[in-house]
Design a binder for this molecule. Structure first.
Ligand code: NAP
Length: 524
């Protein structure tokens, strides 16, 4: 399938001559053909106008029709097969197995949201019948359901070129909600983006969707990205990337005449707690497994374990010896972009020169210009917050072990941490009491608490939360992974005393085929 470098604006392929940019191979720095068009501000205008025109049509289609569209998009993405995987490998340096899995996750997410639409529970349908005889005043008939917010802009992520990019979790959940989507493509993987945009566009055509339901715009964030976020027709934003980028977009959105929500997933250091009994029982195994999680995918996961907390003593020393041994054997790995590599190197250099941080181990020396070398540091708990940089995300395979003198000191560190996506415990039976104390604090700091595992690896299910208080995300009341992600693009509407003909089908009396709360009782 030959790439053309065109934009996708409301189902049409559009070329802008003379504005091209090319993807760059992260391993070699060589440019990869073809040249990709950069959108003009007129293109942004066209895409927003088309999305706004599509919204009333798309949002009022039946849930079944939208489910068919999502499933057709999933089929089209699956059909791209190795063409898609190979292009993504060339543009990101990520390995074949990882990208094959991510391709499956991407189509799987679309199918999961199709199921969610058919289930209809996300509508939160509620019916409170009128009580005319109520004294002193009669109660009117009230019915509630969730409705889509309107056109959504999605910023594709660099570290998940499929599962969090053009047809990734943000796009799938917004389309499921009934919102047209305009994707601002990530400049690091434009060919991958074009292939996926072609798949979504074909699916939209095959299933009879309105033209403006999907667009892909390429170009610099500070021009086309900002224009999308400030366009009055855009009603919400999904973003995965840097804290700087995410907070800039939050400010732009908040300063609009009509502010809109930005669901930005930004930075998290994902603390791991080695509780005393577990640490004593299996320090060596934990040390080795920790390095496996830290260095997977060159550490370029938002759930990377960037912080380890444990109480000083012989067991922690055993853990560190095993972790250092494992790390010295880890090859340096190609990072996603030269910019991400540069940011990683300068963060590790800063850590190495910080007086309170001790460098414990490094991975094997880098062989390529953008290879990131793993690094492990330690610090005493009392020194950790003396320098604000210590608690910042380092995007890559670097982590800090905090040596604490007591459990109270561990809890004190947790109290001062910023919001996180995850917290992980390694615990045995003897650790339950300590873990209970920590859970009570962590529930208010993180989106996912997990035991005896590692935070990298995010299942896409109903019960998953991939979100957390700021700065892990812009709004800790939401998740960007799992079926609950649809909530970000919905809002409740109450219908009072409307005649049946004006009520949405899902709220009429009789069996609507979806779970509803009727007069206070759940009817399934
Ligand atoms: P990024 O620089 O934040 O860029 C992400 C996307 O947002 C790009 O499309 C970018 O456009 C756009 N953008 C950024 N700042 C913007 C602004 N002020 N206005 C409008 N659009 C803006 O992220 P990245 O390139 O993927 O990676 C850079 C760093 O982000 C990494 O080193 C890492 O620290 C962090 N990161 C974190 C996660 C996570 O999951 N937490 C994931 C990926 C990256 P352009 O095309 O102009 O760049």
């Amino acid at each position: 399938m030959a790439l053309t470098g065109e934009l996708f604006i409301a189902s049409k392929r559009v070329a802008r001559d003379g504005t091209g940019f090319k993807a760059v191979s992260p391993g070699t720095g060589a440019e990869i053909e073809p040249s990709f068009s950069v959108a003009t501000l007129d293109d942004v205008e066209t895409a927003c106008a088309a999305a706004a025109a599509a919204f009333p049509v798309y949002s009022s289609l039946s849930r079944e029709k939208r489910a068919e569209f999502l499933e057709a998009a999933a089929d089209e993405i699956d059909a791209l097969g190795e063409t898609l995987t190979e292009r993504a490998m060339a543009e990101t340096g990520l390995p074949h197995a990882r990208l094959t899995g991510e391709r499956g996750r991407t189509s799987g997410q679309l199918r999961l949201f199709a199921k969610e639409l058919r289930l209809g529970e996300y509508l939160r349908a509620r019916i409170d019948h009128a009580i005319p005889e109520r004294q002193p005043l009669p109660r009117p008939d009230l019915r509630l359901r969730m409705v889509p917010v309107g056109p959504v802009t999605v910023f594709g992520a660099s570290n998940f070129p499929l599962a969090f990019s053009v047809a990734g979790g943000d796009t799938a959940s917004a389309l499921a909600a009934g919102c047209p989507v305009i994707v601002k493509g990530h400049s690091a993987h434009p060919g991958t983006a074009e292939l996926v945009a072609g798949a979504v566009t074909r699916a939209a055509e095959k299933t009879g969707m309105p033209a403006g339901v999907f667009s892909l715009i390429n170009g610099p964030g500070n021009s086309v990205g900002s224009a999308l976020v400030t366009d009055p027709r855009i009603k919400a934003v999904g973003f995965t990337g840097s804290r700087g980028g995410g907070t800039q977009l939050m400010k732009l959105a908040a300063n609009r005449p009509v502010p809109i929500p930005v669901y930005a997933e930004m930075s998290s250091i994902n603390p791991v707690f080695l509780l005393p009994a577990a640490l004593e029982a299996r320090a060596e195994a934990l040390g080795t497994a920790f390095v496996g999680s830290l260095t997977m995918g060159a550490g370029q996961f938002c759930t990377n374990p960037g912080l380890v907390l444990a109480i000083e003593g012989p067991s922690l020393d055993r853990f560190l010896t095993a972790a250092c041994d494992a790390m010295t054997g880890v090859p340096a790995q190609t990072m996603l972009t030269p910019g991400i590599h540069k940011a990683y190197e300068s963060a590790v250099d800063r850590m190495a020169s910080a007086p309170a941080l001790a460098k414990l181990a490094e991975g094997k020396e880098a062989e390529g210009p953008t290879c990131g070398r793993a690094a492990l540091f330690s610090i005493a708990a009392k020194d950790f917050f003396a320098d604000a940089h210590n608690a910042e995300e380092v995007f890559g395979a670097a982590s800090v072990v905090i040596r604490c003198t007591s459990i109270d000191e561990v809890i004190e560190v947790v109290r001062h941490l910023e919001g996180q996506l995850t917290a992980t415990f390694h615990l045995d039976e003897g650790d339950t009491e300590v873990a209970q104390k920590l859970v009570a604090v962590l529930e208010h700091k993180v989106g996912r608490i997990l035991a005896n595992g590692w935070p990298t690896g995010v299942e896409v299910t109903d019960a998953m939360v991939h979100g957390g208080p700021f700065p892990s995300t812009a709004d800790g009341r939401s998740t960007s992974v799992g079926t609950l992600a649809i909530d970000r693009f919905l809002r409740p509407v109450s219908y009072q005393s409307l005649p049946e003909a004006l009520l949405p089908v899902d709220l009429r009396d009789g069996d609507a085929g979806i779970p509803r709360r009727v007069d206070g009782k759940l009817v399934v």
